[in-house]
Design a protein around this ligand. Structure first.
Ligand code: GTP
Length: 598
C-alpha cells in the first residue's frame, strides 16, 4: 500500500460524548469486524472497561476504507480514554497520528476535557476534524455547538459532520472527512528505521509485545532492532497489525501502526516513548518521546496475605509495562508490614490499578489513603519530598511545608456558579477568573490545593451541579501553608498507615470526623478500643469503640458443629479485607476514612 493512502487518526472527546460508539460504527461500516462478531464498544477489551462503560486503555486497529473516489485507504484508528486521569494515554496515542477526530456531544457542547484534548492535539501538530454527535437527541443543538467550537476553540466547524453514532447516521461523512483532511504520513521508507513505541503489553508466551508507529524506514521480520533508550537489541520474530484481531505480516511499512514481538522477557528493556531503530542501519537520534508524567497521588498497597509480597511486585512490574504512568517502590509500614508505595495520575487511575491487580493477578490488597506529595523545608535548609505522611520529620526540624496547587477550570451552566464557588471555598480554593463561554455557560478558574481535590471534589462538583459541570486541572506549583501531620492512635498506638497531612485550621473538625468514622468502621472486638487523633503528640479528638458483648456462636447451643462452622466461615469472609493492626482488626474502608471531609 502506498503511503499516500494511509491515514492515522485518533478519536478524542470529553468523557461520554461517544468516542467508543463512533469507533464501533466505523468498524462496522468498513466491515472490519463481521456482523456476528460485533458487540458494543468493541475496542474496550478489558472486562473492567466494559463493566464501567469507560475506556481506560488506548487501542489501535487497522481498517480498510474504500472512499467515494473509488480508492481504498488504510486507516489506523486509535481509540483513547476521555477521563482526566488517563490524559497520558491520550497524549501517547496522539503522537502516533496525523489527525484527530474531535467528537462533541450536540446536547452538551464543549466541556473541560474537550478543550484539554484539543490542546494535546495541537501540541502534536495534528489536523483536528470536529464532528457533532448525538444529533438524534431531542435536546441536540448542533448550530449552537458549532458556534461554540468556532468561538471557544477557533476551529472552523461549518462543515463538521452532524452524526448520530448510536443510530449510525452520517458516519460515512466522517470517513470522507478523514480521507480529505488528515494528511498522509510523511516519513521516508528508505531512511534508517525510527519507530515510536507508544504502548506495550506482556504476553506469558511471547514476552513483551510492543506497539509502534513506524515514522521512518520499515521493520521486517528477522531484522535486528535496538531500543534506543535501553540499548537492548533483539531480533524481530513477528510483526503485524490488529484488525482488531491480531494479523501477522512480514513487515511494518513506513507510516504504519502495528505491533512486534521479539521474545523480550526483560520488561525493563521496553519503555513506552522509546524509539526502535535498526542495528545495521541505525538512526542517528531517537524521536522525541513524550512529556514524562509525574504521579499526582500516592498510596501504599499491601497484600492482605503477606506471603504474596513477591507476587505483588511481579504484578506491579507487568502492569507498569502496560501503564507507563504507574510508579512504585517498596515500603514498610509498622502497621501493615511489607508493601509498595505507588504513584498514580489520579484516584480513578488508582482504583483501576488496584482492581486490575485483584482481578488479573488474584492478590487481595489493602490500600492506604492516597496522599499528594508535600515539600517539607527543614530548619537546616534542605527539602524533603513527602509522599507518605507518616514519614514527615518531627515538627522541631521543620521550617515550613508547601503543598501542590492546581489551576482548575470548571465549565458550568451559569445557575450553578454560586454552588461551585461555595464548594471551592470549602476546599481552600483561591478564585482567579470567570469567563462566559456563551450566553448560558461559564468557565470558572480557581487555584486549589491538589490534596483537597484528589478525593471527592469531582463527586461533589457533580452533585452540586446535577452533573452539568465538567472539570479539568493542571499542576501549577507549590505554595506554603499552615500544614501539620495528624496521627491516629488505635488502642494508644500510632497507626502509621492512618497518618495524614492537614491544614491546621481544619484539623479539629477533621480529627473529630475521622475518629467518628473509624468508630463506625472498625468492628467491635473483645475489648474497648480508644481511637484518638493527635497533632504533634497533642490529642485533639477521641472516640471509643465499646467491647463486644456477644459471641457469634452464643446462639448455637448444643453440638450442631456444621452450623457453627458456617457461622465461623461467614465471619471469616467478613474479615477477608481486614488487617490486624497490633491487637485491632482494621477493615479496608478505615484506611480511606482519613480522607473523610464531612
Ligand atoms: P469513554 O470511553 O468513557 O471516554 O466514553 P466515550 O466517549 O467513548 O462514550 P461512549 O461511546 O461510551 O458513549 C457514551 C454514551 O453515549 C453511551 O451510553 C452511548 O450509547 C451514548 N451515545 C453515543 N453516541 C450516541 C448518539 O449518537 N446518540 C445518543 N442518543 N447516544 C449516544
Amino acid at each position: 500500500m502506498e503511503q499516500k493512502y494511509i491515514r492515522n487518526f485518533s478519536i478524542i472527546a470529553h468523557i461520554d460524548h461517544g468516542k467508543s460508539t463512533l469507533a464501533d460504527r466505523i468498524l462496522e461500516l468498513t466491515e472490519t469486524v463481521e456482523q456476528r462478531e460485533m458487540k458494543e464498544q468493541l475496542l474496550d477489551t478489558m472486562d473492567l472497561e466494559r463493566e464501567r462503560g469507560i475506556t481506560i486503555k488506548l487501542n489501535a486497529v487497522q481498517l480498510q476504507y474504500t472512499a467515494l473516489n473509488g480508492k481504498t485507504y488504510i486507516f489506523h484508528l486509535i481509540d483513547t480514554p476521555g477521563h482526566v486521569d488517563f490524559t497520558y494515554e491520550v497524549s501517547r496515542s496522539l503522537a502516533a497520528c496525523e489527525g484527530a477526530v474531535l467528537v462533541v456531544d450536540a446536547a452538551q457542547g464543549i466541556e473541560a476535557q474537550t478543550l484539554a484534548n484539543v490542546y494535546l492535539a495541537l501540541d502534536n501538530d495534528l489536523e483536528i476534524l470536529p464532528v457533532i454527535n448525538k444529533i438524534d437527541l431531542p435536546s441536540a443543538q448542533p448550530d449552537v455547538v458549532k458556534k461554540e467550537i468556532e468561538d471557544v476553540i477557533g476551529l472552523d466547524a461549518s462543515c463538521a459532520p452532524l452524526i448520530s453514532a448510536k443510530n449510525g447516521l452520517h458516519i460515512r461523512d466522517v470517513l470522507e472527512d478523514i480521507v480529505a483532511n488528515v494528511p498522509a504520513p510523511k516519513g521516508d521508507p528508505n531512511a534508517p528505521l525510527q519507530a515510536l513505541v507508544f504502548d506495550s503489553v506482556y504476553d506469558a508466551y511471547r514476552g513483551v509485545i510492543a506497539f509502534v508507529r513506524v515514522k521512518e524506514g520499515r521493520i521486517r521480520v528477522g531484522d535486528k532492532v535496538r531500543f534506543m533508550a535501553s540499548d537492548a537489541e533483539y531480533e524481530v520474530l513477528e510483526c503485524g497489525v490488529r484488525t482488531p484481531k491480531e494479523v501477522k505480516k512480514d513487515s511494518l511499512e513506513c507510516g504504519e501502526v502495528g505491533w512486534l514481538c521479539a521474545s523480550i522477557k526483560s520488561i525493563q528493556d521496553v519503555r513506552v516513548g522509546d524509539t526502535i531503530t535498526n542495528v545495521e542501519y541505525p538512526a542517528s537520534a531517537p524521536l522525541h518521546g513524550y512529556r514524562e508524567m509525574n504521579p499526582m497521588v500516592y498510596c501504599g498497597l499491601y497484600p492482605i496475605d503477606s506471603a504474596k509480597y513477591n507476587d505483588l511486585r511481579d504484578a506491579l512490574e507487568k502492569l507498569q509495562l502496560n501503564d507507563a504512568s504507574l510508579q512504585f517502590e517498596a515500603e514498610t509500614s509498622q502497621a501493615l508490614g511489607f508493601g509498595f508505595r505507588c504513584g498514580f495520575l489520579g484516584l480513578l487511575h488508582m482504583d483501576v490499578v488496584q482492581e486490575r491487580i485483584e482481578r488479573e493477578y488474584h492478590i487481595d490488597l489493602i490500600a492506604t489513603a492516597p496522599s499528594v506529595v508535600y515539600h517539607a523545608y527543614l530548619t537546616d535548609g534542605s527539602m524533603l519530598a513527602i509522599d507518605n505522611p507518616s514519614l514527615l520529620p518531627d515538627v522541631q526540624k521543620i521550617d515550613h511545608i508547601e503543598e501542590p496547587f492546581v489551576k482548575a477550570s470548571i465549565m458550568t451552566p451559569k445557575e450553578y456558579v454560586g454552588a461551585i464557588m461555595e464548594l471551592c471555598q470549602r476546599k481552600r480554593g483561591n478564585y482567579t477568573d470567570m469567563v462566559y463561554i456563551d450566553d448560558t455557560r461559564m468557565n470558572l478558574i480557581y487555584e486549589l490545593p491538589l490534596g483537597e481535590i484528589v478525593y471527592d471534589f469531582f463527586d461533589k462538583l457533580k452533585s452540586c451541579t446535577k452533573g452539568y459541570a465538567s472539570f479539568d486541572y493542571e499542576l501549577i506549583g507549590y505554595q506554603p501553608n499552615k500544614l501539620a501531620k495528624m496521627d491516629i492512635l488505635l488502642n494508644g498506638e500510632v497507626v502509621d498507615a492512618l497518618s495524614s497531612i492537614v491544614h491546621r485550621e481544619f484539623a479539629y473538625p477533621r480529627g473529630r470526623a475521622i475518629c467518628e468514622k473509624l468508630k463506625k468502621l472498625i468492628p467491635k472486638q473483645q475489648f474497648e478500643i480508644p481511637i484518638q487523633a493527635a497533632i504533634n503528640g497533642k490529642i485533639i479528638a477521641r472516640a471509643d469503640i465499646k467491647s463486644l458483648r456477644k459471641n457469634v456462636l452464643a446462639k448455637c447451643y448444643g453440638g450442631d458443629i456444621s452450623r457453627k462452622k458456617k457461622l465461623l466461615e461467614k465471619q471469616k469472609e467478613g474479615k477477608k479485607r481486614m488487617k490486624a493492626v497490633g491487637s485491632v482488626e482494621v477493615p479496608q474502608e478505615a484506611f480511606m476514612a482519613v480522607l473523610s471531609m464531612d
